[in-house]
Design a protein around this ligand. Structure first.
Ligand code: PDD
Length: 276
């Protein structure tokens, strides 16, 4: 593993951040997680474009261009020699005395590159259970903001209650997991919530939608309620780290036959074929 802070490569456990860093004082920043397969960062350009969009949405001017970040990620990967890795990239509004108004200092860019923590195939082949929770987040969930308090609390509460993931529901509408997007299959149609301000526009989500079209699965991006999720034939979640994770139970109710769905597994296979 290796760390990066504003131009310098360092050991990940080295103490480097001053107390007055807006990332930890205000959560005033944005981030990305990029998976590296066989030495190649997957969908890196898409992730960096989204990072720029997130930064723009919070009026933050980044201190590196997309091309520079691509070069830095390549440099860091070469230094670690890792083939299967996870890149965490964070940009904050910089280091300045704690005052709410924006400081006149450059953004602060940090990164870690670590060995990927893969989810075992046994978990994926069995599928996981989720619980529906009230979405207490703000209305700008398309921004990949550092403010993850509702997400981490929801995930922990779900785990403590015996669930793999918490799925946010706002006014009866199913949106996404605490760290992933959600899909269902009903009567052969793949359905996922639309990419509006209430969900993160997942890179894995977009890739899966492309794959579905490639292999002739019909797709609908539309709002749906908990009733449709509970009546689904299949369901799964997607993220950079989960890839495609079958959901076989929602709040104790079986989805379909209680096993990972056929279309879900086909989509996973095709997703993996993109980088294998
Ligand atoms: N999760 N929704 C939320 C709230 C997320 O935090 C994430 C990503 C996603 C999926 O986005 P993508 O497919 O681009 O990774 C959706 C982190 C980064 C993860 O678990 O990898």
């Amino acid at each position: 593993a290796i760390g990066f802070i504003n131009g310098e490569w360092i050991p990940v456990d080295q103490a480097v951040l001053p107390i007055d860093e807006r990332g930890h004082n205000f959560g005033d920043g944005v981030y990305e997680v990029i998976r590296v397969y066989q030495g190649a960062p997957f969908k890196m350009r898409e992730h960096l474009v989204r990072l720029e969009k997130s930064a723009e949405a919070i009026l933050l001017t980044m201190n590196y261009t997309i091309e520079e970040l691509e070069a830095l990620i390549a440099e860091g990967l070469a230094k670690t020699g890792l083939q299967e890795a996870s890149v965490y990239l964070q940009v904050t509004r910089g280091i300045a005395k704690r005052v709410h108004l924006f400081p006149d200092v450059p953004a602060s860019t940090t990164m870690t590159i670590r060995e990927a923590a893969d989810i075992s195939d046994a978990v994926r082949e069995k599928g996981v259970n989720v619980t529906l929770v009230d979405d207490e987040r703000w209305k700008n969930c398309f921004i990949k903001s550092l403010n993850l308090l509702p997400n981490v609390v929801a995930k922990q509460k779900a785990k403590d209650a015996g669930y793999y993931e918490a799925v946010f529901v706002r006014d009866g509408v199913v949106l996404e997991g605490s760290s992933c997007n959600i899909f269902l299959v009903k009567d052969g149609v793949l359905i996922t919530p639309p990419a509006n301000r209430y969900i993160l526009h997942g890179i894995t989500r977009a890739t899966l939608l492309d794959i579905a079209k490639e292999i002739g699965v019909s797709v609908e991006e539309k709002e749906f309620g908990t009733d449709l999720l509970l009546a689904a034939d299949e369901a799964f979640m997607t993220s950079t780290s989960m890839e495609v994770m079958p959901v076989v139970e929602v709040d104790g109710k079986k989805i379909g036959n209680g096993k990972p769905g056929e279309i879900s597994m086909k989509l996973l296979k095709n997703y993996r074929a993109k980088f294998q």
